[in-house]
Design a protein around this ligand. Structure first.
Ligand code: AOS
Ligand code: ZN
Ligand code: ZN
Length: 430
């Protein structure tokens, strides 16, 4: 029997912290009541939050220089789901899985779906990969995939995406995410307009394969692996393409895919307003597509993004239904610890955004009182909502202290015994 984090184990650890949690929660409840905020309403929100975990995120990542394997890494998709289960058991907001094909291609879709369901997990979004050549692949993506000049390469890339959608249908997934690395490394290499026309032609063929109720997410990225020009380079191009494609196509925002200092929260607001926000690949970044843990570098930006999201939620914007997913690369941390921490940071930003005094903010905006408007946001952002997050996890059966509980459980050491290192040295970005 594989070692699992049981409810008993979590409850045992929780009993040590229950005393201070009750105290802190009551204290914060009194503080918030003075501000006219009902703490229970926030705890409900925290319990309702959901974010999907990427199947590629539970393995140790790597950079283009090297990959340093961690102990007890999952060796196949089933072991990856075991780790996803551990994350969800502790934080209770991550039942969804974003699945990567072909890295996590199952031999038997029905068996994988059942395996996930038994662990309280489900498949959320499918993710295609035409940014690498796979062993035995007929045609190369060295010079592009969905936008390649050769129609045969484009056809192969389209077929791969259609295969992902077909598999997603069997797995009960709800969306298909397309990110391509296509672009140019030198001026003159790519005819900008023709490449985008080819992109749209390929995407139309993929779109046509979407089953009822399935959404298609397209993910733009400023640069990398193409360092001069990328075909789907920014949200404007992405928005144009989703409009061209139809009502099932939406623009996905990965927080690391923008030029430095870009106002991402404003992009989010625009996409909400235009009815085309797919959702997110959450992570954090200092310089580029760093894929660092959510909230580790720019927590205020994360809060401001959630401020836009919560505002749309509270205003009941028609069609607003964003998919939240993590997309990170864990190079120096235990992936389970990073994914748990990131999920909790998202709940924190979500709860803090719910704390914004929206009446005061609206009034300040009407009066053009910039300082008071900022204060309305800062008051929410600087409120320590940790007791709400911990209480929400406890009530949902999760851990008051997920990191402490995880480390005390010895999960990783136990897995290291059962999952000996393969000895393969790989380099690559996930
Ligand atoms: C690449 O930079 C994108 O963020 C992708 O969303 C993602 O990392 C990839 O699809 C994982 O395979
Ligand atoms: Zn991404
Ligand atoms: Zn990325």
């Amino acid at each position: 029997m594989a070692f699992r984090l049981t409810d008993d184990l979590i409850a045992g650890h929780n009993s040590k912290a229950a005393g201070w949690l009750e105290d802190d929660y009551a204290h914060l409840g009194r503080q918030l009541a003075r501000r006219g905020v009902e703490i229970e309403r926030l705890t409900e929100r925290a319990m309702a939050f959901r974010v999907a975990v990427p199947s590629w995120g539970v393995g140790t990542g790597g950079t283009r220089f090297a990959r340093f394997a961690g102990p007890g890494e999952p060796r196949d998709v089933f072991e990856k789901l075991d780790d996803c289960e551990a994350i969800h058991e502790l934080v209770r907001v991550t039942p969804g899985i974003s699945l990567h094909i072909p890295w996590d291609e199952p031999e038997d879709a029905a068996a994988l779906r059942e395996f996930a369901a038994k662990r309280g997990l489900f498949f959320d979004s499918m993710n295609s990969n035409t940014f690498q050549d796979q062993p035995g692949q007929k045609l190369s993506y060295k010079f592009g995939s969905l936008t390649h000049t050769d129609p045969a390469v484009r056809r192969q890339a389209v077929e791969h995406n259609v295969h992902c959608i077909e598999l997603g249908r069997k797995l009960g997934a709800r969306s298909h995410t397309v990110w391509i690395g296509d672009g140019g490394n030198f001026p003159g290499q790519v005819h900008f307009r023709r490449a985008l026309e080819r992109y749209l032609e390929s995407l139309r063929a993929i779109y046509a394969a979407l089953p009822d109720g399935f959404r298609m997410f397209i993910e733009h990225k400023l640069y990398e692996p193409a360092f001069y020009s990328t075909v789907l380079n920014d949200w404007g191009v992405s928005y144009h393409c989703t409009r061209e494609l139809g009502p099932k196509a939406f623009s996905l925002v990965d927080l690391g895919h923008h030029a430095p200092n870009v106002n991402i929260e404003m992009i989010v607001a625009r996409l909400i307003q235009f009815g085309k926000l797919a959702g997110f690949h959450f992570n954090d970044s200092k310089y580029g597509d760093d894929d660092l843990d959510a909230g580790s570098i720019k927590p205020f930006q994360l809060f401001l993004v959630f401020h836009e999201l919560v505002q749309a939620e509270l205003e009941g914007v028609a069609g607003f239904d964003p998919a939240y997913m993590l997309d990170q690369s864990h190079n120096v941390t235990d992936p389970i610890e990073s994914l748990m921490t990131s999920a909790m940071e998202l709940v924190r930003a979500y709860v803090q955004a719910h704390l914004v005094d929206r009446a005061a903010l609206a009034e300040a905006q009407e009066r053009n009182d910039a300082l008071v408007a900022l204060q309305a946001l800062k008051q929410a952002f600087t409120t320590d909502v940790a007791p709400i997050l911990a209480m929400a996890r406890k009530r949902a059966g999760g851990a008051i202290d997920p990191l402490g509980t995880y480390r005390a459980s010895g999960y990783r050491q136990r897995k290291a015994e059962k999952r000996p290192a393969t000895g393969r040295v790989q380099a690559g970005i996930v």
